[in-house]
Design a protein around this ligand. Structure first.
Ligand SMILES: Nc1c(NC[C@H](O)[C@H](O)[C@H](O)CO)[nH]c(=O)[nH]c1=O
Ligand SMILES: CC(=O)[C@@H](O)COP(=O)(O)O
Length: 139
């Protein structure tokens, strides 16, 4: 059994609740355990994963968050830099699934957060488990 850390950026309460439900359901269905930590925003997720890695308590990570475009360039920074930093951690061999939604509006966020619709939280959890399996296969 693996132990998974879900790192959520709780910027939008309702969407996060749905993403977490999907991620937790996927991990439970695969027979693994999980715990969750909360950070202020998506930009803090990669740092939280890096800090948690040092504890060696977790086998894989799931990033959960919602980034909705506003009026300024900040969307590109938050969306792009969180994805870039997560990818850098992945390329260092860390099993991570990225469930950070980067969308234009609330309607797009809802469809993707809802476990009964696109279930991006569950998708990210399954991706993390798939990468963990590869990591163990190549060990
Ligand atoms: N606008 C969104 C943010 N912005 C906050 C940043 O992620 C970060 O917490 C802040 O810049 C302090 O370092 N975060 C989201 O997750 N979603 C957004 O829509
Ligand atoms: C993604 C963001 O950072 C965004 O929510 C911030 O909104 P704004 O660009 O209007 O400040």
């Amino acid at each position: 059994m693996a132990h998974i850390l879900i790192v959520e950026a709780r910027f939008y309460e309702s969407y996060n609740d749905m993403l977490l439900a999907g991620a937790r359901a996927a991990i439970d269905a695969a027979g693994h355990s999980h715990e969750t930590v909360t950070v202020p925003g998506a930009l803090e997720i990669p740092g939280a994963i890096a800090l948690a890695q040092d504890s060696a308590r977790f086998d894989a990570f799931v990033a959960i968050g919602v980034v909705i475009r506003g009026e300024t360039y900040h969307f590109e920074i938050v969306a792009g830099e969180s994805a870039r930093a997560i990818m850098a951690l992945t390329l260092d061999g860390t099993a991570i699934g990225n469930g950070i939604l980067t969308v234009e509006n609330d309607a797009q966020a809802l469809v993707r957060a809802d476990p009964q619709q696109k279930d991006k939280g569950g998708e990210a959890a399954k991706a993390a488990l798939a990468m963990l399996e590869l990591q163990r296969r190549f060990a």
